[in-house]
Write a protein that binds this ligand. Structure first.
Ligand SMILES: [Ca+2]
Ligand SMILES: [Ca+2]
Length: 387
């Protein structure tokens, strides 16, 4: 399936603001202070960003971009959709007692984090429908001053009705929706053209570990191979194309499926790792113990399910630089104390009802932390491809 510009809609609130965004309108996240947390070093940097500290205004020009991805954990509206039996738990009378008020609070919490990340392109995982994207876009703009007016979404085939989508500040020049495995989540590839500087972002949500492990792995292998084929096609056409693959892969960054089936090799490469990476997984920049974005309570382990991989031309010192370079020291799992429980794990909405805390922390955010990276373009007008 190939749809050009299908599924794009722009909200009516103000589009890309001119100049540096108002930092005063963005609620800064609190910094972690627990020094035992393996992510502490990154947290300080990220908090500086949220406060508008030393970092450049990454989204204020067309030569700097922020790409982020977040599994927002069951972002359902509170309306019973008769066409989607998968939303029945998320209704006022459903198992989650999902009222309009609870939905509104979750939107506010998510919007706070989204605005603090300041993404230009945001891959979202586990969204029910276009309405929740419209609502999230609106709340992020009106309550926190960050505009992501462009919505890229279509209804996929997941049995619970959860989809992948992108919110962005600029409309894409091309969109490709595919279904790697029937009945599973769609894959979204959106290409953006920033004054001739193209960037393609693949947004993914692969099969989870729920159910038969062998069946799940075989589905993920097909999803990985499908993505690899698409990336390979782009890079065969243009070896220095700027390509990003992100989302929730439901597998570890050093797993066989990510490394071998998809060809995403943690970067910088460790001794003995494959030298023919299709894409380079920036999660490799983090110490292995700090790559977790999701905490699996039953087994008491962190999982590096969410990550951002970039094409070879996007790496520092590339022989043939892409239009966009990953500013590698900005790659981070985005964490604030508000998003975490007392053990430093993602404060999930799902389990938040049993939290004996007050205020908004009782509500929770998501069971995943987002990932985020800044890009910059080294291309000058002279090297920009003619349009
Ligand atoms: Ca619904
Ligand atoms: Ca849906």
């Amino acid at each position: 399936m190939h749809e050009r510009n299908a599924g794009v809609i722009a909200n009516t609130h103000s589009p890309l603001p001119a100049g540096k965004p108002s930092l005063a309108s963005i609620v800064p996240l609190r910094c972690h202070t627990r020094t035992h947390h393996p992510l502490f070093g990154r947290l300080v940097f990220i908090c500086l960003l949220a406060l508008g500290g030393t970092a450049a205004p990454a989204t204020a020009s067309l030569t700097n971009l922020v790409v982020a991805s977040w599994n927002v954990e069951n972002l359902f509206d509170a309306v019973n959709d008769p066409d989607n039996p998968g939303d029945d738990d998320f209704t006022p009378r459903g198992k989650m007692y999902w009222t309009a008020a609870r939905y509104a609070q979750k939107l506010t919490n998510l919007a706070e984090v989204v605005a603090a990340m300041k993404p230009d392109i945001l891959c979202l995982v586990e969204v029910e429908n276009r309405r929740v994207l419209e609502d999230l876009s609106r709340v992020t703009a009106t309550a926190f001053g960050w505009n992501l007016p462009v919505i890229i979404h279509r209804e996929g085939g997941d049995k619970r009705g959860i989809d992948v989508a992108i919110l962005s500040r600029q409309a894409p020049s091309n969109i490709v929706w595919t279904t790697p495995v029937t009945g599973m989540r769609d894959q979204l590839a959106a290409t953006f053209d920033f004054d001739g500087r193209e960037l393609t972002v693949f947004c993914n949500h692969w099969k989870s570990g729920s159910g038969n492990p062998e069946t799940n792995a075989s589905i993920r292998i097909r999803e990985a191979s499908h993505l690899a084929r698409q990336v390979r096609t782009i890079l065969a056409r243009q070896t220095n194309a700027a390509v990003i693959a992100t989302g929730d892969f439901n597998d570890l960054v050093d797993s066989d499926i990510l490394v071998h089936s998809a060809g995403f090799v943690p970067w910088p490469p460790a001794p003995g790792s494959p030298t023919n990476a299709l894409l380079n997984n920036l999660s490799g920049l983090l110490p292995p113990a700090s790559r977790g974005t999701y905490y699996f309570s039953r087994n008491r382990v962190w999982n590096s399910f969410d990550s951002i991989s970039v094409s070879p031309g996007m790496l520092p010192g590339a022989d043939k630089p892409a239009a966009w370079q990953a500013t590698t020291n900005t790659y981070a799992i985005f964490i604030s104390s508000a998003q975490t429980n007392s053990a430093g794990r993602p404060l999930s909405y799902w389990r938040a009802r049993s939290e004996h805390t007050s205020g908004r922390r009782r509500i929770g955010y998501s069971d995943h932390f987002p990932v985020r990276v800044e890009l910059r373009s080294l291309w000058t007008e002279a090297t920009t491809s003619p349009r």
